[in-house]
Design a protein around this ligand. Sequence first.
Ligand code: IMP
Ligand code: MG
Length: 224
Amino acid sequence: MPKRVQKPPRHWRKEIDFVLISQEQIARRVRSLARQIEKDFAGRDLVVVALLNGTVVFLADLLRQLSLPLRLDFIGVSSYGGGTESAELVFTKELRLDVSGRDVLVVDDILDTGKTLAQVRAKLQKLRPRRMRICVLLDKPSRRVESINAHYVGFEIPNQFVVGYGLDYAERYRNLPFVGVLHPAMYKNPDFIPLLSLKKRSLLLGARTATAPGSAAPRPSASP
Ligand code: IMP
Ligand code: MG
């Protein structure tokens, strides 16, 4: 990982404070995750189950690096209602493919408290897959409240709120080709606040603000 703080492309400089993980770093890491996954699932009847919506960019890149026969399905999850971080998850799209007796690779954008993936794992377990593994682009282990880990992790990051490469702030910034940290002023933008889910609001309150980018260096996670 380069120590130097990377500036975002000019177009994004007003909103994004710094690039935490560059497009090139992501591409390299996605290729290496794909090699590990290919090795572990060779010869298996693989179903990739991706969580909507944050996973779409990572998923599209990862899938195209996988030279394996596989099928793809999606689960929609949202943390509506409730008023706190422990708000019940609502499933907005159910799985359609049959995963019973098959190998399942669950793909998500980020493992934070672990509440989402713990519930998804419990739901899928009931369908009796032969084996289930979890792959996430980012992992914030310091925020974990559920006992859950991913088998494949792109980058471990500190407790900082990040956007880009699929991850959003008030449904924006998913299209950034890198993972970045917003200018703290953006968190106070009155146009965005009403659009934030309760989960995102509480996340932002707890996250470190973007004053010390050097301390935020992500590191590629160790192999599973
Ligand atoms: P968990 O249930 O706490 O593990 O939450 C996982 C979900 O929270 C992710 O799929 C994201 O939608 C969201 N999330 C957690 N951290 C961030 C972040 O830094 N930026 C954007 N979304 C985040
Ligand atoms: Mg998500």
